[in-house]
Design a protein around this ligand. Structure first.
Ligand code: FES
Length: 314
């Protein structure tokens, strides 16, 4: 990820009842990093905390656009964006980074829940533009709370809109439609939608075809009771015990070893650390299934050891 840079808010647009798009440009007019669908940036919001948002504008545009849903029960970042941020303000931005890139596949299915449409919409637009085989199912409570409906409808019959307040919750198997062993399924939205999609794919033996991005880590997974293990820091030879109720990140940081971190929920990728030995119990939502199977790196804020010890490149 590139370091933080100050960008200026050029425009704010209310897209749906509680979703605000924020268009960011370089204050001096300098070019911004290029990006591909699925990419995100991190905004450093009012109290200095960092929030991750998918880019949802046009990749060739000279600006970066993110969509922020106001979450009254959230940690305050979205409220700051909605209530305080105004055109002309400057805000530190990190990125661009992409853990959710569109891969090659003969057919791609996109399933979006609510504001989870943000990374999937540029994907659908690229798939349509390049003449590939794809479909998008966009699920939300009702049209008034579903951002970007105009852009979705402009994609034609490959994109379908499902309002649960009108026609109930659609069965995920129906949203997925016909799948083959090489279809890729991208899902973004609440944990329940991702869990239902995973279950539907597992029932067909296609779970390795799932690519998922959470908006918040599922609490059930975070709350799982982990075991104790030893982490060896290869560069210093330090060996530290990670107790059941603490993360490797906490223990390593406490020992005076500097590791970048932000979300501490396994969703931002900042604390990615190279693994030199030991099997990882991956609990993050950053790495793909293939990357997890490679066992060469881990998010030390949430992931743990499968066995009694891990050796890290720290
Ligand atoms: S700090 Fe966010 S993934 Fe580890």
């Amino acid at each position: 990820m590139t370091g933080p840079r100050e960008l200026m808010v050029r425009g704010l647009t209310l897209e749906a009842g509680d979703v605000l798009t924020v268009e960011l440009v370089d204050p001096a007019g300098a070019a911004l990093p290029g990006w591909a669908p699925g990419a995100h940036v991190e905004l450093v919001v009012g109290d200095g905390t960092v929030r991750q948002y998918s880019l949802c504008g046009e990749p060739s545009a000279p600006s970066l656009t993110v969509a922020v849903r106001h979450e009254p029960a959230g940690r305050g970042g979205s409220a700051w964006v909605h209530r305080i941020l105004r055109p002309g303000d400057r805000i530190p931005v990190r990125g661009v980074r992409n853990h959710f890139a569109l891969e090659d596949a003969p057919h791609v299915v996109l399933v979006a829940g609510g504001v989870g449409i943000t990374p999937l919409l540029p994907m659908a637009e690229e798939l349509a533009r390049t003449g590939r085989s794809w479909r998008l199912a966009y699920v939300g409570r009702d049209a008034r709370r579903m951002p970007f409906l105009d852009r979705v409808r402009a994609l034609g019959p490959s994109a379908t809109v499902h309002e649960t307040a009108v026609s109930g919750r659609p069965p995920v198997a129906g949203l997925l439609g016909e799948l083959t062993a090489d279809t890729l399924v991208y899902v973004c939205g609440p944990a329940e939608l991702i869990g239902a999609t995973r279950t539907a794919l597992e029932a067909r033996g296609l779970e390795s075809q799932l690519r998922a991005e959470y908006f918040a880590a599922p609490a059930s997974e975070i709350a799982e009771e982990p075991g104790t293990f030893v982490v060896r820091l290869e560069r210093s030879g330090l060996e530290l015990v990670v107790p059941a109720d603490r993360s490797a990140l906490e223990v390593v940081t406490e020992a005076g070893v500097d590791v970048l971190s932000d979300c501490e929920e396994g969703i931002c990728g900042s604390c990615e650390t190279k693994v030199l030995a030991g099997a990882v119990d991956h609990r993050d939502h950053v790495l793909t299934a293939t990357e997890k199977a490679e066992n060469s790196c881990m998010m030390i804020c949430v992931s743990r050891a499968q066995g009694p010890r891990l050796t890290l490149d720290l």
